[in-house]
Design a protein around this ligand. Structure first.
Ligand code: ADP
Ligand code: ADP
Length: 237
């Protein structure tokens, strides 16, 4: 469970990224955050794995206030809370296998992967994860040989190898065409339901949010201005 308790974030230049946000996200939910550019969606999402740090309030993840976390705790948090980005964040010149295992193995893994020394169990996990998003046949392709949609599927597989409890996706389909966007959203939703991984996704487009979300959070100027199930959005629009 994730609880924002009166969370605000002021960037060093004085911009207010979040203003007194109070939100509770329950186990297994698929939440979509919508709002115009600059509304604070990305700040909200990035607060949850402490890529940015709120300046006041409490942000509780699994009963702990993560705003007090430092080094070791943060590393554990970021394993538990997987992240997917708009631009995939793959190492372009590495192959898919190495990219997928990077999240799991960390630095010592990087050394081993230079020599293609993967343990059997890691290989198996990587392959299983890639199969979940139907991209296992690209195991030995370089990341930059893949299309955008394929790269985003690899980044989903990379997150899966972490065995996360939460997945955060920051504009995961903003660089993709509509059919590919739907494909990526369908995979995220499927994994959310099959593995009960609580998932929070930022989207630009309300139509797509309505199609996939269990619950929609609307933001404007750092504030939560709507929070409810999809059915309530329909009534208001
Ligand atoms: P969204 O994801 O909805 O586009 P963001 O969370 O990226 O919104 O941004 C919220 C506000 O915070 C915007 O006004 C943005 O310009 C500002 N902002 C984001 N990142 C920074 C930063 N590193 N420094 C200063 N202001 C920032
Ligand atoms: P390097 O470590 O030299 O960068 P890569 O691991 O990127 O090499 O692999 C280069 C090519 O070799 C890949 O595109 C792939 O076709 C092939 N390859 C690498 N490892 C294997 C493997 N274990 N099984 C089959 N083909 C492999």
């Amino acid at each position: 469970m994730i609880e924002f308790k009166d969370v605000s974030l002021v960037y060093p230049n004085g911009t207010k990224g979040l203003k007194n946000v109070n939100v509770t996200i329950n186990e297994g939910e698929f939440v979509v955050i919508v709002g115009l550019s600059g509304a604070g969606k990305s700040t909200f999402i990035r607060s949850i794995n402490r890529l940015v740090t709120p300046t006041s309030g409490e942000l509780i993840v699994d009963n702990q206030n993560i705003l007090t976390y430092r080094n070791t705790d943060l590393r554990k948090l970021r394993t538990k809370v997987g992240m997917i980005f708009q631009n995939y964040n793959l190492v372009k010149r590495s192959n898919v296998l190495k990219n997928v295992l990077a999240g799991r193995l960390g630095y010592t893994g990087t050394l081993r992967s230079m020599f293609n020394l993967f343990k059997k169990e890691d290989m198996a996990l990587a392959y299983e994860s890639l199969k979940r998003v139907n991209i296992e046949e690209k195991l030995y392709n370089r990341a930059d040989e893949l299309s955008g949609g394929q790269q985003q599927r690899v980044s989903i597989a990379r997150v899966l190898t972490q065995k996360p409890r939460y997945i955060l996706a920051d504009e995961p389909v903003a660089s993709l065409d509509p059919p590919t966007s739907h494909q990526v959203m369908t995979y995220l939703k499927k994994i959310n339901k099959e593995d009960n991984i609580t998932t929070i996704v930022n989207l630009h487009f309300i139509d797509m949010a309505m199609e996939y979300a269990d619950r929609i959070i609307g933001m404007r100027a750092g504030e939560v201005v709507f929070d409810g199930p999809v059915s309530e959005v329909t009534e208001k629009t």
